[in-house]
Design a protein around this ligand. Structure first.
Ligand code: 13P
Length: 258
């Protein structure tokens, strides 16, 4: 089964709208309308509009980093799926470990957002991953399984292919410590097996991204693994030349996977 590689930048809480344009412009110009892989940029909400306006007929896609589980109404400070769609957003990162740990997001809450995303034809990028403590206690599979079962509850079969999973070991995020390609592949293969168990054969078509200190120096090795279908990149996505190098790694890996 050949899955299209997705190289996604999660800008987190970085870049004003003005700075976002400076970062996105050279990337969009360099990518143009290449179609070998999918490329996604997820700026903060306040920069989405500015980045979307730069896209033109480039194949680069714009994503959000969070979304409300509600459709509209008296939810001060929240952003709905319809608001994102109106700004040409096509993917939404959900359940990032920073939101789980700093803002108390639970699997049940994340699940409501995943379902709201799919109802609105947005592609959820559901993040899962264990802490160092959980890894050392031998609980990697238990933790990931709970996050997958909870996060993907009631996902309709006909929409399951739009789901993207990001495996982000918490101990590798922003620390410079990357999971080895073997460690990552082992968890990705486990996720694949669980996806097939939960959703059926469509699990073979769902992309599983790796995230956690991915950079040009380690991307080729990670992306060569059979169940690693792309990357969710933090720090290196804030430097245009690094993000472009990661896209190049993605294109190379895709050519070898076909
Ligand atoms: P870093 O690439 O900075 O480790 O961040 C990874 C991440 O959390 C992407 O969502």
């Amino acid at each position: 089964m050949s899955r299209k590689i997705l190289i996604a930048g999660n800008w987190k809480m970085n870049k004003t709208a003005t700075e976002a344009v400076e970062l996105a412009k050279p990337i969009i110009e360099a990518i143009g309308n290449q179609n070998d892989i999918d490329v996604l940029m997820c700026p903060p909400f306040t920069s989405i509009s500015a980045v979307s306006e730069l896209i033109g007929n480039s194949t680069v896609r714009v994503g959000a980093q969070n979304m409300s589980d509600k459709a509209s109404g008296a939810y001060t400070g929240e952003i709905s799926a319809a608001m994102l769609r109106d700004l040409q957003v096509s993917y939404v990162i959900l359940g990032h470990s920073e939101r789980r740990s700093y803002y108390g997001e639970t699997d049940a809450f994340i699940n409501r957002k995943v379902l709201a995303c799919l109802e609105n034809n947005l592609k959820p990028v559901l993040c899962v991953g264990e802490t160092l403590e959980e890894r050392e206690a031998g609980k990697v599979e238990e933790v990931i399984k709970t996050q997958l079962v909870g996060g993907l509850a009631n996902v309709p079969a006909d929409k399951a292919e739009s789901v993207v999973i990001a495996y982000e070991p918490v101990w590798a995020i922003g620390t410079g410590k990357t999971a080895t390609p073997e460690q990552a592949q082992e968890v990705h293969a486990f996720i694949r097996k669980e996806l097939i168990g939960l959703l059926g054969q469509v699990g073979n078509a769902i992309r599983i991204l790796y995230g956690g200190s991915m950079k040009p120096a380690n991307a080729d090795e990670l992306l060569a693994k059979p169940d690693i279908d792309g990357g969710l990149i933090g720090g290196a996505a804030l430097v245009a030349k690094d993000f472009l190098a990661l896209i190049e790694s993605g294109v190379k890996a895709q050519a070898n996977k076909i």
